[in-house]
Design a protein around this ligand. Structure first.
Ligand SMILES: C[S@@+](CC[C@H](N)C(=O)[O-])C[C@H]1O[C@@H](n2cnc3c(N)ncnc32)[C@H](O)[C@@H]1O
Length: 254
């Protein structure tokens, strides 16, 4: 634990802000007025039970770790190694400070999800929470995670809009059969050309069926869906050679 006083922590937190994660830094909240409440704790409380309580000996990768809330929770569960990635150095500075105050050792690296291949290793648990809808190329990101860094569990969450239905989708439809496209629960990835919720990095809003379908299409088997936006998956075989159109083609020069 840190030797800093609460006043010193508050001053450092203020200088490192604004924060997206409301971290509890020795009693100092970093984002007490978050529009989603005590975030991400309120989210975590809805799916924490779905993950192993003991991660002793396991490796964890948190892609888009922000201020490190989930990375630090995984370290608390005994993970041997936790690596948090974010492409925003300001968020990584927050995570570094949060880890210091909480007295937990995690690694942090400035890296985009598109570059996870450069890590050259796989992790037992990969978090990919709250990032997909910020990406211009969401399915590519899932393909790259499958291809390069996931070895077992993937913990996925996305902002979702539209229907929460999970209807059976037929493997194929006849060309003139179009009605299913208008069914609210058919997998839909709503494209946001300009901005959503004041954030012009929100590019997509999948419905629940689209999150599930994209995960399967990238080669992940869904083992639990503990709340509508959260999917606990296992890396599986890709069912068909047409899947995994990863760029660059594995084995070619970069
Ligand atoms: C909505 S926040 C989610 C933070 C955290 N994972 C959570 O669920 O609370 C999105 C995070 O993803 C990061 N991010 C966005 N695009 C990224 C990319 N291409 N590579 C890595 N991180 C990215 C942002 O910097 C931000 O920290």
């Amino acid at each position: 634990m840190t030797a800093l006083t609460q006043a010193e922590i508050a001053a450092r937190a203020q200088a490192l802000g604004p924060w997206f994660h409301n971290m509890d830094l020795n009693g100092v909240p970093t984002a007490p007025d978050h529009f989603l409440g005590d975030y991400p704790r309120v989210k975590w409380d809805r799916f924490r039970h779905a993950l192993p309580a003991d991660l002793t000996g396991k490796t964890v990768l948190d892609i888009g770790c922000n201020a490190g809330f989930y990375a630090l929770e995984m370290k608390r569960r005994g993970a041997h190694r936790v690596l948090g990635l974010d492409f925003d150095p300001d968020y990584l500075a927050q995570a570094r400070f949060a880890a210091e105050v909480q007295g937990l050792e995690i690694e942090l690296q400035e890296l985009s999800v598109y570059d996870v291949g450069s890590l050259g290793q796989r992790f037992d648990v990969v978090f990919f929470i709250g990032v997909l809808y910020h990406l211009r190329h969401p399915l590519l990101a899932l393909d790259l995670i499958w291809e390069h860094v996931a070895s077992d569990l993937l913990v996925f969450q996305s902002l979702q809009r539209g229907s929460d239905d999970l209807p059976e989708i037929a493997p194929d439809y006849e060309f003139w059969d179009t009605a299913h496209f208008d069914a609210p629960g058919y997998p839909k990835l709503h494209f946001i050309e300009q901005s959503y919720s004041g954030d012009n990095t929100n590019w997509w809003a999948p419905n629940r069926a689209a999150s599930a379908a994209m995960l399967r299409a990238a080669g992940f088997e869904i083992i639990e869906n503990p709340e509508t936006e959260v999917f606990i998956c296992r890396r599986a075989e890709r069912p068909d050679a047409r899947y995994g159109a990863v760029y660059p083609t594995p084995g070619t020069a970069r």
